[in-house]
Design a protein around this ligand. Sequence first.
Ligand SMILES: Nc1ncnc2c1ncn2[C@@H]1O[C@H](COP(=O)(O)OP(=O)(O)OP(=O)(O)O)[C@@H](O)[C@H]1O
Ligand SMILES: [Mg+2]
Ligand SMILES: [Zn+2]
Length: 507
Amino acid sequence: MGMTVVGVGGWPVTVEAFVGRGLPSLIVTGLPGATVQDARERIRPAVEHAGLEWPLRRVVVNLAPGNLRKDGAGLDLPIAVGVLAATGQVPSNRLAGVVLAGELSLRGEVLSTPGILSMVIAAVRARYRTVVVPEANAVEAAQVGGIDVVPVATLERAVAYLRGTWEPPEVGPATTDGWRAPDVDLADVRGQVQARRALEVAAAGGHNLLLVGSPGAGKTMLARRLPSILPSLTRDEALEASQLHSIVGLLAGSGLLHARPFRSPHHTISTAGLLGGGSTLLRPGEASLAHRGVLFLDELTEFRRDAIEALRQPLEDGAVVVARAGGSVTFPARFTLIAAANPCPCGFRGDLVRTCTCRDDHLGRYRAKLSGPLLDRIDLRLSIPRLTKHELLGANDGEASAAVRARVVAARERQLERYADIGITCNAHLPGPIVRRHAGLNGAAERYLGRAVDTVALSGRGFDRVLRVARTVADLAGCNRVDVDHVREALSYREALDEIGRVQSAS
Ligand SMILES: Nc1ncnc2c1ncn2[C@@H]1O[C@H](COP(=O)(O)OP(=O)(O)OP(=O)(O)O)[C@@H](O)[C@H]1O
Ligand SMILES: [Mg+2]
Ligand SMILES: [Zn+2]
């Protein structure tokens, strides 16, 4: 039995080999994708290199179920073993309850293979007892539990195991699960009190955040510290996120992800790179690799417009649908977006020291880039000033990540409890229609917000955003009801808009 991966899910594939009359050849039937067709060239040399015999007859390998397209080099090993079983070189009865997965080299090595985690999860679900995997992916495979993992470095070893002449070693201990402190800390950040607070609110409520400020203000520095204050991955989240990393081959040699992923793609990235895609094998994009973590778009205005616009779907649905011939595939992509940008092309608009040298038309074009559908989905928008001399030279009195993180964790727990019935985990994911029901404003806060609607011309969407953020501010304070102060703080995170321009100020 083999496995193929579709999207993030593993699917069992039955490999049946027939050796019959005819000229020596290997034919694979049952909807093999291009990667599986390639296997035909690898398998015979691999078998011969392992000191085994390739039948000099016509070999037909059928992959079932026939309606499922099979892709991935992981089918090399089960196909080779299927042929060896059909020629009596491997005892067929030993194959019952066993799943095999692994790419073969021409020399019969079993190579590190993408997607092993998804395959093992599917194997456990389908109640297989044993899974034979590449040695390089053994630790990854062992994280799932509930199935025996047999690590093999060569086809020869796999055959020896099935013949009962080789006893596989125990796979090393599960590497520590849970939160590990990232190597950067908020304590490194001087001043920037408001930006630090916005980072905390973003972490606590899962809100997307835009930082606007002049060069060197510390935008990149702040953004990189967001993971250090996020709650640790639950085991289920770690499994989900790790599967996506496994599919692109980023997990080999290690166990599950420890810390929440932090992805910061370069602004030259293509839409496919950001969202996922590919011609033969579909790969998840950066948005999915950031699943359960942070997607950081530094220099937001430099990104391709179509790539940015394509992010709307994951921001709304928490998933990406990638189309391909014969259907589409869904990759999870639930992340917190943090974006950074300069206020204008020269970077110094609104700066306390330097003056902006931008021409009006350039400024207009630049600001137009920052408007639009993506910005609409960013709850927190903040302009950050450059540090004053006093702040730069003064004592480093910034609070450390661990202390901030403790407040974030407490606020998240309040949200989990409140939303247990509606299946969301944080305020940022509150659907528009029910945000009011859960916000819990007291009378004074209602009146305050009512006045704000008029003075700052809040739109319906903007109104919902303020409610969500105010709810998070209240959760951080441990309050059941949202008070005036919470609303006031939430309203302050619309400030960057005025800096960036009028285009968004009405949204
Ligand atoms: N608040 C701060 N506390 C301590 N160091 C800072 C702070 N802000 C900036 N720095 C220092 O300045 C460097 C540049 O900061 P950073 O790269 O975060 O700026 P930026 O706002 O992203 O600028 P750019 O717009 O050019 O990308 C940092 O590596 C850090 O050494
Ligand atoms: Mg920067
Ligand atoms: Zn400028």
